[in-house]
Design a protein around this ligand. Sequence first.
Ligand code: BTN
Length: 220
Amino acid sequence: MTWQIQRHGTVDSTMRLAEPLPVGSVVVADHQTAGIGRHGHQWDSRPNEGLYVSLVLKPHPVLTLALGLAAQKALQQVTTLRCEIRWPNDLMLGTKKLGGILVELHQDRAVAGIGINIGQRAFPSDLKPIATSLALETGLDFRRDDILEALLQHIPEQTSLTTEEVISSWEQASTWARGKQVIVDEIRGTTAGLDPRGFLLVRTETGETQTIYAGGVRAL
Ligand code: BTN
């Protein structure tokens, strides 16, 4: 796959810049003034500390899961750390979030935003209990471009897998897939894999299996 890469200094959000661009476009910025997270949250995007990138891709039924796999592989390649992928697409180190993925569908294209905390040595007090960075975890400085390059290498490989292949790789790659005690909204139970569409299954205490379509999954 040939990528068309646009590099920017300060932008509002790479999601907005990527929106009108064709498949294969990549928009990367040093700083976002209005970084968008999932569920209407802001994505903390201070200058030069994180990787802030949006990619325009062909839609795939389980694109968010495939991108989680690509990000896990890219990070492992560059840093040797194996981050966890929490359904549907949080990148975690221990109990803290290292990165996140946001997919927006626009008819025949998908815009996928990936944010990875790299150089932050501190977070604002509201994020401190829930966020981490590669610098905080390792004491090392990683280059944003090395992580971007590894991502651009792994994304075509993971997004060309079939839905079944992505689901089965994801189930193997995530310790959140099975046997994890979780709470999602009001539902408490143990994760029981993904269904054939990529939704998370949770077995409750009453022995019922609930399908989780959206929502924040937390460890109990
Ligand atoms: C999440 O909430 O976990 C998803 C975060 C996605 C953040 C990235 S940073 C690059 C791209 N531009 C944005 O405004 N958001 C995504």
